[in-house]
Design a protein around this ligand. Sequence first.
Ligand code: ADP
Ligand code: MG
Ligand code: ZN
Length: 577
Amino acid sequence: MSGGRVWAAVAGLGAALALLWYLARTDAPPREVPYSVAYGWLRDGRVISVELLPDHLSGRLAAPALVDGEAVTTFATALPARDDGLMPLLHNRYLELRVENVPTGLVGVLASLAPWLLVAAGWWWLRRARGLPGGRLPGGLSRKARRFDRTTTTPTRFADVAGLGAAKRDLEEIVTFLKEPDRVGRLGAKVPRGVLLAGPPGTGKTLIARAVAGEAGVPFLSITGSEFIELFVGVGAARVRELFADAKAAAPAIVFIDELDAVGRVRGAGLGGGHDEREQTLDQLLAELDGFDHRDQVIVLAATNRPDVLDPALLRPGRFDRRVVIDLPELAARRDILAVHVRGKPLAASVDLGELAAMTPGFSGADLANLVNEAALHAVRERRDQIERADVSAAYDKIVLGDPRDAHLSERERRRVATHEAGHAVVAWALPGAEPLRRISILPRGMALGATEQIAEERHVTTRSELEARLAVWLGGYAAEILASGEASTGAEHDLRAAMQVAEHMVAHFGMSAALGPVYYEHHERHAFLGHRIATDGGPSDATVHAIELAARELIAQARATAAATIERHRATLDRL
Ligand code: ADP
Ligand code: MG
Ligand code: ZN
């Protein structure tokens, strides 16, 4: 194709896309209103979301309003050069500020123009985007827009956060400081400026940060770390500056930086050179943290699930010098979280939250919320008007095992799967120290063809014999297949991987190998940036790695022997199963 025809094709595609986009927009273009009218709506709390450009504001009303006899739901207005009242007003109406890279400039302009202009714009956009790595939105098109959403009229409170008692106690003093700064100041107490919430995903870090703002009745300004680094060079730093300026204007206020590790990783640690944009953003963030006056009533909360990779500069005194650890919920907390999420949902008497909490060790708050939601959805599908026990158990299976799958296994394959699962079951049942059996299934679900479920106990410490029993149960499937048919199959892959991992940990981290003794080696750690395994710097020598591998293999071999012996002893039971 000649160059001209390529461009014609691109233009045609652009036109089609632009037209589709235009047609898909169900909204009428925003109605231009005088600033005083828009301000009045904001003041009266009639606006549910606002997008802010340097000289322009557009928004959406909760309910249509009449302007010159016309119903208006979306509106736009030009901003006066200076209006100091606007920012505090936006915040005080419980509008949440999210700083986003929204291409609103484009949308706003295009929506008001005729489709033929869109054709040209679409063509131009595609042309520009083609030249950019990854087809990102060209910088000129994504004007800086700040978006405010009134997500809730009732702010999140500590009562909405179940468990996390220690974290709430730690954050209580921040609430007091924001509510009554004088009281704290009079006593000469210094309140931490930056607090780092560290914990696994879904444990309620964002939730508790919101709750601090809700308890103190102050605005909550948030941004996600990964949004910073998607931006163009220099924009991330500018965004940080803006965020803190907004916070000071709205003070007392909370700034929340989610996924802090995305910007705050140790500098120069990325393989293949540093990331300039990220470093600039991080520098700006550090400058803002240091730039606070002791009178500024702005508290910066940040969340991360990788506190270990943060740049030490972030953790220095005066910056994020306070750490609040948010852990996976234990039994009682899980019960409370479930109780929070079933609030307002009709629950049958047959559902026992305590039992459900006992079945879900290792679940995060988000997992539990998801479980309740899936159960509610299941009840809707079954046309019930209450959530029954059966709905909860279906939701649990779906989350733990995956969706039922239509895999058609031959008779021979089914026997093999049955033998494999029965092998796990027999070992789990017969071996002292193994976790008790709950049930076995050979119905294909998710990625697995069968499953053996054990009742996991709430444990903080696991002994060597318990781990050995666990290895033996994993090897039970493999051992049973060999005993019954004389050969192994691909079905054991996941069991063997899990077993190897535990065995390596037993040797390298827990001092459970006679050959190596009590040692700790960062042997194979997942590399933070590459996501795969490399030997860490200053790690063990090749000889040690070899020794670890030998010792781990020895543990697996023992586990296999135990499993095989147990199954032999209970061969009749296996066959009956
Ligand atoms: P994180 O920020 O730690 O990844 P989130 O705060 O976003 O987790 O939690 C996601 C969702 O999980 C919350 O919106 C809430 O519904 C639920 N959740 C998590 N932890 C709790 C908790 N302790 N109490 C009640 N709900 C929780
Ligand atoms: Mg979060
Ligand atoms: Zn298995």
